[in-house]
Ligand binder design. Structure first.
Ligand code: CO8
Length: 372
């Protein structure tokens, strides 16, 4: 059986950034208006006054300093608190496909490939724009790729799960090369009015080319192994879905957007990820201290510090575990791929690295790589 390589990556970054100061200023204005509107009920003790957010809390609790978004104005409008994304006709390329095509073209160029060299497209992301046709098939058509395409969703872990599917296709010979894309418009699934989570997410798209050594025109990274695991948890949940209209539910629809028990997630997921990575390395007769770089999922800086400390029994340097969440926030499936895309070129041949993503499900995936 052939080995598989990662030979190209791409990154689409939206044009608008929102700093924590801008975010908190609009959120606090929304809170002041809400409290003023409900002043009577608050005075009677019927409802509780809502608390303001703070830049200091956000940076200390998460490490996030800003996020990129598809639409800034709608999110920061205290009367709206939601991105404004114009609908497109069925004949126009959808916005998520457009993001994916931009990232994919970069990845193809880096790998020295054209559409004719690709046999499959996998769209691995947290949220798809519609039920069907699959977003991956729209991207396949826009790029002029023959072969097959399908969508898959394992929330924040989607990219590593997608890389394993691409690796399997390349290894078993059903594709010479696969394009794996991770378009995320997290801003449309986030309740920007909820102070517990309003700062967490950003929008972005990443792309990865997985192919065989026999077709590769660049050296790239050899995929030494992939390992996936899932364990059911309700601590990160979003109940939006096609059955919603059958439920006759009115009133509080908060559960139709992203919800989480952040502290529980932090406590339960960190040990899970550290053990997963350690056992994956052990299975390949490797140890964490032989890994030059950890491209971890970018949800929370404290989580990444804890995971690498457990693995290395000391603090990792920023060179060993690059941080991109300060600029991009949590971009769900794309986070670990952004870290890889921006921080892999300086490593020399023979270097070992690991991409690991984790999140809702719970789910955790790891991809162990060696630079060629
Ligand atoms: N400003 C000021 N104070 C605040 C704020 C705020 N914005 N928010 C909360 N507080 C207060 C709380 O009310 C609390 O006050 P008190 O102590 O009086 O009760 C205090 O601050 C501490 O609150 P927490 O315990 O909640 O704070 P934490 O230190 O736990 O930090 C985090 C909160 C940052 C959310 C942290 O728990 C975390 O990052 N956890 C891990 C989360 C994670 O990794 N989740 C993964 C989700 S992503 C995923 O899987 C993909 C989903 C699909 C994507 C969907 C797109 C939208």
């Amino acid at each position: 059986m052939q080995n598989a390589l990662i030979t190209g990556t791409g990154l689409y970054t939206p044009p608008h950034a929102i700093s924590n100061a801008e975010l908190v200023s609009s959120f606090n204005e929304y809170i002041r208006r809400w409290n003023a509107q409900h002043a009577e009920a608050i005075a009677k003790g019927e409802v509780e006054a809502r608390a303001e957010s703070s830049v200091e809390f956000i940076e200390k609790a998460s490490g996030i300093k800003q996020r990129y978004v598809i639409d800034k104005e709608g999110i920061l409008d205290p009367d709206r608190m939601c991105p404004r994304i114009a609908p497109r006709t069925n004949e126009t390329l959808s916005i998520m496909a457009e993001m994916a095509v931009t990232a994919a073209k970069q990845a193809l160029a880096q790998a020295g490939k054209t559409a004719a060299d690709i046999d499959g497209v996998i769209c691995a992301a947290s949220n798809m724009p519609r039920a069907y046709p699959a977003l991956s098939i729209e991207v396949q058509s826009a790029l002029g790729i023959d072969g097959w395409a399908f969508d898959m969703n394992v929330a924040c872990s989607s990219a590593t799960f997608g890389i394993e599917q691409a690796t399997n296709a390349v290894k078993n010979g059903s594709a010479r090369a696969v394009l794996m894309i991770n378009p995320e418009i997290c801003s449309a699934h986030l309740e920007w009015r909820d102070r517990d989570c309003h700062f967490i997410f950003g929008d972005v798209c990443t792309a990865v080319i997985v192919e065989t050594p026999s077709t590769a025109s660049v050296k790239g990274w050899e995929i030494l192994g992939t390992k996936l695991a899932t364990q059911f948890s309700n601590n990160i949940r979003n109940n939006a879905g096609f059955l919603n209209r059958t439920e006759d539910k009115t009133g509080d629809l908060r559960d139709k957007l992203f919800m989480q028990e952040g502290r529980k997630v932090f406590k339960e997921v960190c040990p899970l990820v550290a053990e997963h990575i350690a056992s994956h390395l052990l299975g390949l007769n490797l140890v964490p201290t032989s890994v030059q770089r950890f491209w971890l999922h970018q949800a929370n800086l404290g989580m990444n510090h804890l995971i690498t400390r457990r693995l290395l029994e000391r603090d990792a340097t920023v060179e060993e575990a690059p941080v991109i969440l300060d600029q991009y926030a949590n971009t769900s499936s794309a986070g670990s791929i952004i870290a890889f895309h921006l921080h892999n070129e300086d490593l020399s041949a023979g270097s070992l690295g690991i991409i690991s993503s984790f999140g809702a499900g719970y789910s955790v995936g790891s991809v162990i790589l060696r630079k060629r």
